[in-house]
Design a protein around this ligand. Structure first.
Ligand code: BJW
Length: 236
């Protein structure tokens, strides 16, 4: 492997699958149980906020039962031991990367552990259930508190920082994502455009697999630690 000086890693639901969290588009995934238009769009929230709160309250509560796996720990080790630039961008709203020790991390689709006021746009740490009766602690509006997550049709977070990192990286690694949802699905093309080596680590070939310079398929808990070992031994 060519020695990189700047790495961007993108993760998706597959990196947390072996921790016990469902992916979205696998056959037993979240979108096979719930209609995304009802729970993951601003229109769905406007129609039935209580249903959306139930969906996210359940997922937030379930976080107490799950733990980071070997893939999360390997990425935290890569951040600690790699001497170049490093950025981990996750589409996941779980906090398993942080719990494994990752710090240079962007949650582009938001976080379970935060709430957003749709009225005043204040964002704050939030670990309790959300409901339509709550008043915003910042502006006092009642019924405007929502999960701080990015739904379809909304702008993902910190895109400027992500595109700067992609334009300067010479290794881009995509882990456990189906490559279905934009803009994340386009990151491989952004990285390739500036000459980066691009690697997919996924259980099976993703939708965008042919766009990568290299693809390795298998479970994240095996593929990611192996890849990180290989990378760190090549860089020292
Ligand atoms: C394993 C494994 C193991 C399993 N080991 N692997 C037409 C064309 C292009 C774009 C659009 C279009 N129409 C609409 C759009 C835009 C839309 C979009 O992309 N739609 C597509 C569905 C077509 N995107 C948006 O609306 C986004 N905003 C936007 O585009 O704003 C404008 C903009 C333009 C330009 C620049 C910037 C902005 C917002 C998208 C918001 C997505 N939100 C969700 C919900 C978040 C909260 C929540 O968690 O509830 O985010 S949807 C859901 O999908 C969630 C995920 O983060 C996201 C991605 O899913 P992910 O992670 O890839 O999961 P899966 O299940 O799809 O894949 C898992 C993979 O893991 C599989 O491949 C498995 O094989 C693998 N796996 N076990 C390794 N053990």
């Amino acid at each position: 492997m060519t020695v990189p000086s700047s790495i961007v890693v993108l993760t998706g639901a597959g990196v947390s699958a072996e921790s016990g969290l469902s992916t979205f588009r696998d056959k037993d995934g979240i979108w096979a149980q719930v209609d995304y238009r009802e729970v993951a769009t601003p229109q769905g929230f406007a129609r039935n906020p209580a249903k959306v709160h139930d969906f996210y309250n359940w997922r937030r509560r379930n976080m107490a039962n799950v733990h980071p796996n070997a893939a999360h720990f390997a990425l935290a080790r890569l951040e600690r031991e790699f001497r170049g630039n490093f950025l981990l961008v996750t589409q996941n709203i779980d906090e398993l990367h942080e719990r494994a020790g990752s710090q240079k991390l962007i949650h582009m689709h938001g976080e379970h552990a935060k709430a957003l006021c749709a009225s005043c746009k204040a964002r704050r740490p939030w670990r309790e259930d959300l409901s339509i009766e709550l008043a915003c602690p910042d502006c006092g509006a009642v019924g405007s508190m929502r999960p701080d997550v990015v739904w379809f049709g909304e702008m993902p977070y910190r895109m400027d920082e992500i595109y700067v990192a992609l334009s300067g990286c010479n290794l881009f690694v995509s882990i456990g994502t189906s490559g279905t949802v934009y803009p994340a699905a386009g990151f491989v093309s952004e990285a390739r455009a500036t000459g980066a080596h691009t690697v997919e680590l996924n259980l099976e070939p993703s939708n965008g697999c042919s766009l990568f310079s290299e693809a390795r398929h298998g479970p994240a808990t095996k593929m990611v630690p192996e890849f990180v070992d290989e990378l760190l031994s090549a860089t020292f």
